[in-house]
Design a protein around this ligand. Sequence first.
Ligand code: NDP
Length: 452
Amino acid sequence: MAFDYDLFVIGGGSGGVRAARVAAAEGAKVGLAEESRMGGTCVIRGCVPKKLMVFASSYREVFGDAQSYGWELTTGEFDWPKFRGKLEAELTRLENVYQSLLNGSGVTWYGERAVLEDAHTVRLADGQSFTAKHILVATGGRPFVPKDIPSSAHIITSNEIFHLDALPKSILIVGGGYIACEFAGILNGLGVEVTQFYRGAQVLRGFDDEARGLVATQMVERGVKLHTGTNIVEIEEREGGVWVKATDGSHRVYDKVMFATGRVPNSNGLGLEELGIKLGRNGAVEVDAYSQTAVPSVCAIGDVTDRVNLTPVAIREGMAFVETVFKNNPTAPDHDLIPSAVFTQPELGTVGLSEEEAREQEPVDIYCSSFKAMQQGFAGREDRVLMKLVVSQASGKVLGCHIVAPQAGEMIQLAGIAVKMGATKEDFDRTVAVHPTMAEELVTMKAPVRST
Ligand code: NDP
């Protein structure tokens, strides 16, 4: 049977665009549909604008530190509309880059929502239908807001935060994950009064306890009013803002409330279940190790599968899909030892097992160093840096590396190579220190602080 396309990709985010381009480079005839802006969550309403806001917010401390270093400065106010205009222009530039990359690769793309009609047919919102030998679902995810939360212009998610007309004077952020903690730091740095409610005992659940404890302490020291063990019991629009009553009995009006209570896969209404494709927890598309669904012609990658919800992972999954389907080289994406960073202030970089996970698995030695970094210490700040290695007693292998420090994201990318290669503590020790740096501590920690 002749198909209109060899591959039709639904979703123009990082994973979908990469898969489409690489398949086209293999000679496949590829179509792609994106209902919103090309680039997806990462480029348009996630990693990229978030990181630019991290940069914008970090200047407050830089100005303060510069004065401690002898600079005479007069600093003005942060101009949100000016920044937002530049941000929007940058996102439009990147959107155009993504479109050009698709055009240059020979991918035909449609600015329309697409749904599956059958195992080999997609239908666009404008009524066009196309057949394809393979269909790749790469529709990503969207913010989840707990049910019973009223709809209000003052109640927002990370989708809306980049488009506000003005920065609020006060905001309540609900949640203790990546997005909640990153935006608590960003908005605090931009001068917003930030309150954060987290229902558990400590934010950043799943990360190394010592590392997340230090991040939380420094968020509070920087001015975030963090309330752990706290959630909302009543919420309503009031006095031009949002009135919130908390589980601890306190109540007040905030200009805005931001829910950063997780994300869910965008699998609704795509016609997947009608085809016999199973949706798991939260609507995640169930796939095998090769990203194939129960319908062999339909594969899925990225956040819609809710495996490891990170842009570079979606890209890897897209490339592995092309290897498998178009290069006759069955390749399962590797989800082991993925380094990642949380762009809190200070940043948290991590790869491998936390101390808590590792000691469940085997006896480990913990090497840990916490100190004031030279640059911030000289400026009179109390911030501490954490460098931590979790080492197998049996093999000497570094099972986990956790860094809390300015630029921890940059450091963990490189430490991640060593950990992925299976480096031992001895390999770290054989590496000469780069002096004076923060990261040199990773190769100079002599004795374990504890063995468990
Ligand atoms: P997370 O799953 O990381 O965090 C969700 C938070 O909301 C948790 O603290 C959770 O609490 C809390 N929560 C969930 N439901 C409720 C509820 N009903 N009431 C109160 N609190 C609730 O999600 P995020 O949205 O922060 O991020 C989504 C994903 O996006 C991340 O897991 C990550 O994969 C990715 N991401 C990565 C980034 C990076 O690499 N720097 C940046 C941003 C996102 P509890 O812990 O108790 O479950």
